[in-house]
Design a protein around this ligand. Structure first.
Ligand code: HEC
Length: 206
């Protein structure tokens, strides 16, 4: 068939279809699309700026209210961080992971940069909820409560890498010389580095 012939058949078959579907009459209703002008408003914009303090309807009250920080919450955060985040950001949050070494486009950053150390718990919560650049959002994988837990643990992780003696309560400073408790496989991996401590394990009363 010639090109003109094909075009003719095409036009014929289009003519056979109803232009608008009766199944979805909402398609035909009057509406404003984003960026359309609208002279109903004085600024002639169809898109409106939400009033101050408006809350997106996807946000639940739980997502707006950070839970009180407890040791149990941070411990839960550590468990969830190790499952959901460490695979890319590393167990220490320093961006040292197998995935990071393979992500040539943009590797997951260290959470210990000046920028991310300046993030509040709520901002970290937000990154997990909304995603960020190449990082997908984790709102369906990680519950609201666990996102708060992870965000608090991430702050603890940041502190752990920059803490000074002043950050340790006076009555706990004596504990600093005690050997580190091995934490499952992670502890074992780095076991060789803590040589001085391992011989004292039996004395650790905690
Ligand atoms: C699949 C790998 C991957 C996982 C899993 C992952 N991230 Fe990320 N994350 C990234 C990448 C990549 C970026 C940088 C994205 C960019 O700059 O485009 C990033 C960026 C970030 C940032 C910086 C955002 C900013 O504003 O600069 C934070 C904070 C963060 N991730 C926290 C987390 C937390 C918490 C988790 C666990 C819920 C997590 N990430 C899980 C890959 C990951």
């Amino acid at each position: 068939m010639t090109r003109a012939g094909l075009l003719f058949v095409g036009v014929l078959s289009l003519a056979g279809c109803p232009v608008e579907s009766d199944i979805d009459p909402m398609m035909r209703q009057e509406k404003m699309k984003p960026y359309w002008p609208n002279d109903f408003y004085s600024d002639n914009r169809a898109m409106r700026i939400p009033p101050a303090n408006a809350v997106p309807r996807e946000r639940t009250l739980a997502a707006l209210t950070p839970p009180p920080v407890t040791a149990a919450l941070v411990e839960r955060g550590r468990e969830r961080f190790d499952i959901h985040c460490a695979v890319c950001h590393g167990f220490a949050g320093d961006g040292d992971s197998v995935v990071a070494s393979k992500m040539s486009l943009r590797a997951p950053p260290s959470l210990h940069s000046d920028k991310l150390r300046g993030y509040t718990v709520a901002q970290l919560f937000e990154v997990m909820t909304q995603g960020y650049g190449y990082m997908p959002k984790y709102d369906s994988e990680v519950s609201v409560a666990d996102r708060w837990a992870i965000a608090n643990y991430a702050k603890a992780l940041q502190l752990s890498q920059r803490a000074s003696l002043d950050d340790v309560p006076a009555d706990k400073r004596g504990d600093l010389d005690k050997p580190v408790q091995p934490a499952g496989e992670k502890g074992e991996q780095h076991g060789g580095e803590h040589h001085g401590g391992t011989s004292q394990h039996s004395e650790n009363k905690e």
